[in-house]
Design a protein. Structure first.
Length: 589
């Protein structure tokens, strides 16, 4: 396991690496920008020759007009090419960063999401990257415009080196001013991004719990909370805009003073015959262009700071600590034997969910986990699935530490079905193929038949091609549970971890699933959490958890005879089921 933590370093270098992935397109962009800069720089030179050409002959004036027109057309064409290539480079960089950030987010264990809000992660992958893309595009635009300055400065030295040095000194003063403002701008941009993430989290939480909001009529406090986050966002943006508003007038004053000084000094030189009038006019045109671009450096620095602030938040996500395969990891044996020794887990909140759990599950054994709510059953299953790292203790899979198992093999050989079923927009077949994309329609049909759910599937008019909707909202809760179970079994795993697999299905479907589990999991190691105790009645062994500790283990008959906690749970279950004897037919609860 390797961890990459801490503040991202070399953000500028990393951004440049993303932008430079397409070398061919980057080369074309540089050529287009250089060509546009050369032609743009030729404009002032041609215009400065205007008085002489126009006075000599009408044809000279026509040539001047045609030349200016051609320069305009060429600059327009090159500019369109340059903008297109810049947009392509930025879009490709944003896509690559978004995919890297998404891979990192999806590869984290559940402990990561205990420490980081899901909506904040979403905001980084969406809002921050949008801000990064916009700011980076504007930054590249300004950088390419600065090429004109680079080409005009040698010409200015040829015309009058003293005035040119004065211009550069003024540019240095402008650069110092923008640098001072830039430090503040960067901090403000980071705070604005954090405020945006907080607002996104608040709105997402309210909309995801809409049923609860409507049921309890608690719209007012949620709207007030969103309003507070919006106010913080407004204040963060207002402060950022305030500093930006101070910067532009400051630069405008400095630029105006420098230009006025140079124009006056140049006029004195013409009067003293040090400069010719056309040369002086050419210098004024060049100075005006250079001064405008130097004034733009304020915006240049602001865009750079905004882009870097957004990129740092993205790189923090990309660099977040995650599990990697250890060097020289050996293939899994694939038997599914599990050994848990002294397992402890404490959440970041301080709640101790597991307190020294020791458990042995031989290969091919079916183990049932029962116990009251909050006893640690689901947490233990997450640890066995390597989705929640333990605080202490060890989990062995086929005699090897679970942490040493190759990630790809582990996900292929271990099937985990959580308590809350999660489907993705698409069809039933699309969701069943998520783990094994190469499964054919015939193989999926056989899987359903082996599970004894042919009649269940026949209830859907479109069969396997039935759309499930975003999050599976088009199906009932019980139907989603069935699809999730079939999806897990489609991998033909050697270790199956089920968190209350039949808790949300009707009795008829429950009976089908019990038969399917016995058939499809024959010889497969299985650990199942039971809400309905009949789910684990025939399990090879049953373990009872209470307050993070295993208090009893044995078979169903042994535990009933012992008269302990399992017997009490069984009695409660039997009492609760006494008034619910009628079998219900249908597709799910």
């Amino acid at each position: 396991m390797t961890a990459r933590t801490g503040r991202p370093v070399g953000a500028t270098r990393r951004v440049a690496a993303y932008l430079g992935r397409d070398r061919r397109r980057l080369t074309l962009l540089c050529l287009a920008a250089l060509g546009m800069a050369l032609v743009s720089a030729a404009g002032p030179v041609l215009i400065a020759q205007g008085p002489g050409l126009g006075l000599r002959s009408a044809s000279g004036g026509l040539a001047l007009a045609v030349g200016v027109l051609l320069i305009g057309v060429v600059v327009w064409a090159l500019n369109r090419v340059r903008i297109y290539l810049t947009k392509c480079l930025v879009a490709d960089a944003v896509l690559a960063m978004r995919l890297d950030a998404l891979r990192s987010a999806l590869g984290q264990d559940l402990e990561f999401y205990d420490r980081n809000d899901r909506s904040s992660i979403t905001s980084r992958v969406t809002n921050d990257l949008e801000s990064f893309g916009e700011s980076t595009f504007n930054l590249l635009e300004l950088l390419q415009q600065l090429l004109v300055v680079v080409l005009l400065i040698p010409l200015m030295f040829v015309l009058e080196w003293r005035l040119t040095l004065a211009t550069l000194a003024g540019g240095f003063l402008i650069a110092l001013t923008t640098r001072r403002f830039g430090r503040v701008t960067r901090r403000r941009a980071g705070r604005a991004a954090a405020a945006t993430a907080a607002l996104t989290t608040s709105v997402a939480e309210s909309t995801s719990g809409l049923a609860t909001v409507r049921a309890f009529g608690c719209e007012k406090p949620l709207v007030e909370a969103a309003a507070k986050h919006n106010t913080r966002l407004f204040e963060a943006n207002r402060r950022a805009d305030f500093y930006a508003a101070l910067l532009q007038p400051s630069l405008a004053v400095l630029t105006g003073l420098i230009t006025t000084l140079l124009v006056f000094a140049g006029g004195m030189m013409v009067e003293q015959a040090v400069l010719t009038a056309p040369a002086w006019y050419l210098f004024v045109l060049a100075t005006d262009r250079v001064a405008w671009l130097l004034a733009s450096t304020g915006s240049l620095d602001g865009q750079a700071q905004t882009a870097l602030a957004a990129s740092e938040r993205i790189f923090e996500l990309i660099d977040a600590a995650r599990e990697d395969d250890p060097p020289g990891a050996e293939p899994l044996a694939g038997r599914g034997a599990v050994r848990v020794e002294g397992l402890r887990l404490t959440y970041t909140s301080g709640n101790e969910a597991l307190r020294g759990v020791t458990l042995d599950v031989p290969a091919g054994c079916h183990l049932g986990l029962v116990g009251p709510s909050g006893s640690g059953k689901s947490t233990l299953l997450k640890v066995l699935a390597r989705m929640q790292p333990p605080t202490d203790g060890e989990v062995l899979l086929d005699g090897r530490p679970l942490s040493d198992a190759p990630e790809e093999e582990l996900r292929r050989g271990v099937a985990y079905v959580p308590q809350r079923p999660q489907l993705f927009d698409g069809t039933i077949a699309d969701n069943l193929r998520m783990a094994v994309p190469e499964l054919t329609d015939g193989e999926l049909t056989r899987l359903v038949a082996d599970a004894g759910l042919t009649s269940w599937l026949a209830a859907f008019p479109q069969g396997m091609r039935t759309p499930v909707g975003p999050g599976g909202e088009a199906l009932s809760h019980g139907q989603r549970q069935v699809v999730c179970l079939l999806r897990a079994l489609a991998k033909r795993p050697f270790l199956v971890l089920l968190d209350e697999p039949t808790a949300n299905v009707d009795k008829a479907t429950d009976e089908h699933l019990q038969q399917a589990l016995r058939s499809l999991l024959d010889g497969v190691t299985c650990v199942v959490i039971a809400h309905r105790l009949n789910t684990v009645r025939d399990a090879d062994r049953i373990a009872v958890l209470r307050e993070g500790r295993i208090t009893e283990t044995g078979t169903h008959d042994e535990l009933l005879a012992a008269g302990g906690e399992y017997a009490a749970l069984h009695e409660d279950f039997a009492y609760a089921s006494a008034d619910d004897r009628t079998s219900v037919t249908g597709g799910g609860a």
